[in-house]
Ligand binder design. Structure first.
Ligand SMILES: NC(=O)c1ccc[n+]([C@@H]2O[C@H](COP(=O)([O-])OP(=O)(O)OC[C@H]3O[C@@H](n4cnc5c(N)ncnc54)[C@H](OP(=O)(O)O)[C@@H]3O)[C@@H](O)[C@H]2O)c1
Length: 299
């Protein structure tokens, strides 16, 4: 297995993980062509994103600009390189949650349209997701699979004992704005990895939601996360204030977004979750970290 990174400093870590590292800039066509053609892979997994520096939801499209380029230009270079190298499968990372239509059922399947009317500040990012999904899932000469991961939690993500979101919740800086009725779908990073391996080994072309069994409203999961980490409950603040603080995209994620169904991935891959719900997953993560866990109260 060959693993790509932008920096030589990460090469040893990749070797320790059992991969043969190669330095690639996913936004440089020649770099991608050279690496892929010399590797001659059977399959390529495109996990390139640039989300680590995101700090605000207010200028959503600006914050996602690098990720959007990786999803559009980066995907086009990989498809070209995959063809040149004779690869038979391309799996690409997408996202599910806020791209769903923000009306009707609280949980959406892959059959339903992506939101035709996202908040203006999210429109370029949704366009990049559409382009990635269309260019990969409609490939005819290569098996193209799109994995729409839900919001990650677990080691290496922002919802882990020292993660950014957990720190904000601990400091009560992650309030519930408005009615908190936005529905989120989570996935533990290990379950996302397992689904990716199954897609690599046997998945049919198409788009799959990779989420857990329990889509949940912000007013449900956020107080539960606070309790799991031993923090005081989040503040409840009005939507008008939220618009000022987290912008239209943020308030929409708090109040309007819809969750996603995993029925297709579970039947087609076939995939079994280690963490069927974030409810258990959040606590297991903190139990493993602290050696103890707080028991949730039943209300
Ligand atoms: N579904 C989700 O919820 C979701 C999805 C993605 C990320 N996130 C979250 O976002 C945070 C960090 O995200 P991140 O996107 O920065 O993750 P990351 O793990 O730091 O980066 C993702 C991958 O993209 C590669 N990459 C980025 N730009 C590249 C380029 N120009 N050329 C080649 N490779 C490139 C990185 O390679 P290098 O080795 O060079 O860094 C890395 O392997 C985490 O908290 C994560 O959980 C969430």
């Amino acid at each position: 297995m060959i693993a790509a990174t932008r920096t030589t400093s990460k090469m040893d870590g990749l070797r320790r993980a059992g991969a043969q590292p190669v330095v690639v800039n996913g936004l440089d066509r020649d770099s991608v062509m050279k690496a892929v053609v010399s590797a001659q892979p059977d399959a390529i997994v495109h996990q390139m994103t640039g989300l680590a520096t995101i700090r605000s939801l207010k200028k959503f499209d600006d914050e996602f600009a690098l990720t959007n380029r990786l999803r559009t230009e980066g995907t086009a270079y990989l498809i070209e390189a995959a063809r040149a190298a004779g690869a038979r499968k391309l799996i690409a990372q997408s996202y599910t949650g806020w791209p769903n239509v923000r009306e009707g059922n609280r949980v959406k399947t892959e059959e339903e349209l992506l939101d035709p009317n996202p908040p203006k500040t999210m429109s370029r990012t949704l366009d990049a997701i559409r382009r990635l999904e269309a260019s990969v899932s409609r490939l005819s000469d290569i098996t193209g699979i799109v994995l729409r991961y839900g919001s990650f939690y677990g080691p290496g993500t922002s919802i882990t004992p020292a993660g950014n979101i957990v720190e904000l919740v601990r400091q009560r800086k992650f309030p519930i704005f408005g009615n908190g009725a936005g529905v989120w779908s989570f996935i533990h990073i290990d379950d996302a990895a397992a689904a990716t391996v199954l897609a690599l080994e046997g998945g049919a072309p198409g788009i799959y939601n990779i989420v857990d069994d329990e889509p949940a409203e912000v007013y449900v999961w956020l107080p539960d996360l606070a309790e799991a980490i031993g923090a005081r409950p989040p503040y409840h603040l009005p939507a008008w204030l939220g618009r000022l603080v987290i912008g239209e995209a943020g308030i929409s994620m708090m109040t309007k977004v819809r969750g996603s169904s995993n029925a297709k991935a579970k039947s087609a891959l076939p995939w079994q979750l280690d963490y069927a719900t974030w409810r258990d997953g959040f606590r297991r993560g903190f139990r493993e970290h602290n050696g103890s866990v707080r028991v949730p109260s039943v209300t």
